[in-house]
Design a protein around this ligand. Structure first.
Ligand SMILES: Nc1ncnc2c1ncn2[C@@H]1O[C@H](COP(=O)(O)OP(=O)(O)OP(=O)(O)O)[C@@H](O)[C@H]1O
Ligand SMILES: [Mg+2]
Length: 221
């Protein structure tokens, strides 16, 4: 079953001579529960595509359907609800809230949505990502790897339809990057989470079920 369908997506930034055609007719279908890696040179359109699938940006033309939701039908407020309920994001820069503890950061999306959490699932995720001893610490007290493991836990806790990660190991040294990635892969497999990850690292891409290469706004698989 396909969880994401993208049809003939176009996006241009700017106008006239300075226009950048970031996406030039991208179509793809992503199977539920699979790990897809997106690779391609800097500026090829990877982040633009990921942001559109996650409802953070809108295309000029084309359709995106995520878990049965056609994004072009949604108004701004509905898109915010879509992001909160269906998408988990993991960024290169972690994006944790510095004044909240690890536990509070992980639970933050659920509290925003007014949802209660399942304490058993929370403990399972914390243990899986080796965070159970650090739940009362603040982000700055953790290593980069620990901060990214917290961000992954935060993305998993709402059981999103799709997890989107934009170079999640990009600001970690290679050893902690490997470690974080191993745990990330384990947790998405454990919970059958669909993962789309942008990476510049070919070793990481080899761990994926499928690799999609983007060049100048086109897919060349
Ligand atoms: N908000 C924006 N305004 C103007 N141009 C943009 C904007 N976002 C992206 N672009 C341009 O669109 C093209 C694709 O950008 P995108 O960020 O998707 O590339 P990328 O493949 O993620 O690159 P990188 O590997 O460096 O992160 C680039 O030429 C970029 O400069
Ligand atoms: Mg990018």
């Amino acid at each position: 079953m396909d969880i994401v369908t993208v049809q003939n997506l176009h996006k241009t930034f700017g106008k006239g001579e300075s226009a950048v055609h970031a996406l030039c007719g991208i179509s793809l279908a992503l199977e539920k529960g699979k790990f897809t890696a997106i690779i391609g040179a800097s500026g090829s359109g990877k982040t633009t595509l990921l942001n559109m699938i996650g409802g953070l940006d809108t295309p000029d033309a084309g359709e995106i359907i995520v878990d049965g939701v056609r994004l072009s039908n949604l108004k701004e407020k509905e898109l915010a609800v879509f992001r909160r309920s269906k998408v988990g994001f993991v960024y290169q820069s972690f994006n944790l809230i510095p004044t909240l503890t690890v536990r509070e950061n992980i639970l933050f999306p659920l509290s925003l949505a007014g949802r209660t959490h399942d304490p058993v699932f929370f403990s399972e995720i914390a243990a899986l990502l080796h965070l159970q001893e650090r739940l009362d610490a603040y982000p700055h007290e953790l290593s980069g790897g620990g901060q990214q493991r917290t961000a992954i836990a935060r993305a998993l806790i709402s059981r999103p339809s799709i997890l989107l990660a934009d170079e999640p190991t990009g600001s970690l040294d290679s050893k902690s990057g490997q470690n974080v990635l191993g745990l990330f892969k384990l947790s998405v497999e454990m919970y059958h989470q669909t993962l789309v990850m942008i990476t510049h690292n070919l070793e990481i891409a080899q761990m994926a079920d499928r690799v999609i290469r983007i060049e100048d706004g086109h897919i060349c698989e």
